[in-house]
Design a protein around this ligand. Structure first.
Ligand code: CA
Ligand code: CA
Length: 310
């Protein structure tokens, strides 16, 4: 009996030597990720390696499948008055006025903005010092560094590198989402919805942050997701996209899987910027910032996407 028990314990140990669990990946896939983590980061402690494996598995689990399709990207027009059949632009900026047909292949988009906790871990294992150290040291600023808040970012490249790194460890093509992928998902596969809330409506305090009181960042799972299951696409943190910015790009964009101009001076951000008033943070709003900002900003974050592979 004792021998039997021992051998079954040993079998269990070898059959399931990972403690990491997943909604989507089986044990063999998780162990393959752990193997890639150990190969890529051989000098980290085993607990750090396991933390990275957990992060990669979580990132895969959080990817929402978005079935591709066609839509008219940009201003789709809203009634000039409630009940009116006359359509007006919803956004004052002319950048998005040229509605144009875009067709996207299937892809994935993370249901959450990247968290401060996950980005901190990435930066730590890359040997970087924590950003905003003077603020982190202040007791009256601790609320800015809760682990489930969106990551602070400073550079587009670091956000992109994070997604690519995660994807290499997951063996999946992760990247920042293109601007078109972002808008298609925010509009619930290209529908004419202005807010990426559960019902497309903007109801402060109910399905999007309240307008009164000081603006503050919220945990990435705050408020109900849009019908695709994706949170905070038109609230919380502004989000880097893959694309360079050009004010005329909508007139030049190819129909199939556009990824922005080949070069530029600024990068497109979506979800509204940290200078944007809440009601103006819509699914069609475009903003753009330098690829290297002056500081790490609490409300300039990102989420990863994934090209679909069959
Ligand atoms: Ca406009
Ligand atoms: Ca957001």
């Amino acid at each position: 009996m004792r021998n039997l028990l021992s051998s079954s314990v040993i079998v269990a140990f070898f059959a399931g030597c990972t403690s990491v669990t997943s909604e989507r990946l089986n044990n063999a896939q998780i162990e393959a990720i752990q193997g890639r983590v150990e190969e890529r980061h051989p000098n980290l402690s085993s607990s750090q390696q396991t933390a990275i494996t957990e992060l990669v598995v979580r990132a895969v689990d959080n990817m929402v499948f978005v079935e591709g399709g066609s839509f008219m990207m940009g201003e789709f027009g809203v009634p000039c008055e409630p009940g009116s059949t006359e359509l007006c632009n919803a956004d004052f900026s002319p950048d998005n006025d040229y509605a144009h047909k875009v067709t996207l292949d299937d892809y994935y988009l993370s249901k959450f903005e990247t968290t401060l906790s996950d980005f901190d871990l990435y930066r730590e294992i890359m040997g970087r010092t924590p950003y905003a150290p003077e603020l982190r040291a202040r007791e009256d600023r601790q609320h800015l560094f809760q682990l489930d808040l969106p990551a602070w970012t400073k550079t587009w490249q670091e956000a992109k590198d994070y997604c690519v790194w995660l994807g290499e460890l997951a063996n999946r093509p992760f990247n920042l989402p293109s601007e078109a992928q972002w808008e298609f998902a925010a509009r619930n596969r290209g529908k004419n919805v202005l807010y990426a809330t559960n019902n497309g409506e903007y109801t402060p305090g109910v399905n999007t942050p309240p307008d009164d009181g000081p603006a503050k960042m919220r945990p990435v799972d705050s408020f109900p997701p849009n019908p695709l299951g994706i949170h905070n696409l038109t609230s919380n943190s502004a989000e880097w996209t893959l694309d360079w910015y050009s004010e005329t790009y909508y007139q030049e964009s190819p129909e199939m899987n556009p990824t922005g101009p080949s070069t530029g001076e600024t990068k497109v951000i979506r979800s509204g910027g940290y200078r944007t008033a809440s009601p103006n943070k819509t699914t069609i709003l475009r903003d753009h910032v330098n690829p290297v900002e002056e500081h790490y900003y609490e409300s300039l974050g990102f989420r990863c996407g994934q090209t679909h592979t069959r």
